[in-house]
Write a protein that binds this ligand. Structure first.
Ligand code: FAD
Length: 327
């Protein structure tokens, strides 16, 4: 094992980036792979023509612990996040805790963490194999792959099962974790939806969340953009439908909720999150192989919030830094 180990991190969502940032700041040089076009994972922002941006994944973040609170404070200081104070209904009280959003979109939250990392986007890892030289990472664009001393997997559990099913020390524990899907709907209206709050959480069978995206700080206030999330149950039952029929069904559900206040729909785009929210978490920050060369984490280790991903990523970084491999 090298004095300075070769470290691969698979996944550049909040968990992977929090881990990579901590390692890099401690003098390690991790290599990060993500199959997406840009980092962030479920902290995602979709850009449409006309400077319209949608947060179709995570809507806002909250900090319960000091580590995430101080990271968010630094990101706010950098101008990449701000507090959101929406007008709410149905007993939701955003004054009870700070709701923080990235500006101008949720994906901005991860940019400060990603700065200066050796990050390979558009790079899907298709297999990870143990060899005498270490772990070989096979990529969709580079089938031979490179070898690493340590591998950190920060992908949702079903995707981790596909990569690490044969690694018996970790595979069994993955079976205890469950995640649910979510269909999201992005809506552009022809004009403002007057007289309705910015956020509605209704307890409806179809929708779990409906909000005015342009009420968030730093958005284009001229475009009336809404985001709806279907419930886990509805999303599971409609998981394999095409995006167009799902969009039509969800527009009907929004119409039922907003009634006469709903303006004409100019665009309606559905997005499927196959692994959206943790239902049953692992209950500890990460899994590690017996020889300490493979770590698995992500939000699913601790819960269903962005802070859970952050805490899991940092815990793995600390385990590596405090281990026997000093840079
Ligand atoms: C619709 C929705 C609404 C939500 N709302 C909130 C909210 O309001 N507040 C909140 O705190 N949380 C919310 N969440 C949850 C929050 O988004 C997640 O907890 C958090 O973003 C998870 O981060 P992560 O790094 O663990 O995983 P991810 O963000 O999923 O990152 C995993 C990364 O791994 C990459 N990847 C996967 N497989 C491979 C592979 N084989 N090779 C390379 N890369 C791979 C993916 O591209 C992805 O970038 C919401 C989630 C969804 C989907």
């Amino acid at each position: 094992m090298n004095a300075s180990p070769r470290i691969a991190i698979i996944g550049a969502g909040m968990a992977g980036l929090a881990c990579a940032r901590e390692l890099q700041d401690a003098g390690f040089r991790p290599v990060v792979f993500d199959k997406g076009r840009s980092p962030g994972g479920r902290l995602a922002t979709r850009r449409l023509d006309g400077d319209i941006r949608f947060d179709h994944g995570a809507q806002y973040v909250t900090a319960h612990g000091d580590a995430f609170r101080s990271t968010l404070a630094a990101i706010i200081e950098d101008g990449a996040a701000a507090r959101w104070r929406p007008a709410t209904a149905n007993g939701i009280d955003p004054a009870a805790e700070d709701w923080i959003t990235g500006t101008p979109g949720m994906s901005a939250l991860v940019k400060p963490l990603a700065a200066g990392l050796d990050l390979h986007a558009d790079c899907e890892v298709i297999a990870v194999e143990r060899e005498t030289a270490g772990w070989r990472i096979r990529r969709a664009d580079h089938a031979t792959g490179d070898c690493f001393d340590l591998v950190v997997s920060m992908v949702p559990v079903p995707q981790a099962r596909r990569l690490f099913g044969p690694v018996r020390d970790v595979a069994e524990a993955l079976d205890d974790v469950t995640m649910a899907p979510c269909w999201a709907l992005m809506l552009v209206f022809a004009g403002p939806a007057a007289g309705v709050p910015d956020v509605l959480q209704t307890g409806s069978e179809t929708l779990s969340w409906l909000s005015r995206n342009n009420s968030k700080p730093g958005r284009n206030a001229a475009s009336e953009c809404w985001v709806a999330h279907a419930t886990a149950d509805w999303s599971s039952r409609h998981l394999e439908l095409e995006r167009e029929p799902v969009a039509a069904l969800l527009v009907d559900a929004v119409q039922r909720m907003l009634g006469g206040a709903m303006p004409r729909v100019e665009q309606a785009i559905a997005h499927r999150w196959r692994y959206a929210r943790t239902v049953r978490a692992l209950g500890r920050p990460c899994l590690a192989s017996r020889d300490g060369t493979l770590f698995l984490g992500g939000d699913w280790a601790l819960g269903a919030r962005v802070e859970c991903a952050f805490d899991s990523g940092r815990a793995i970084a600390r385990a590596i830094i405090d281990g026997r491999w000093k840079p």
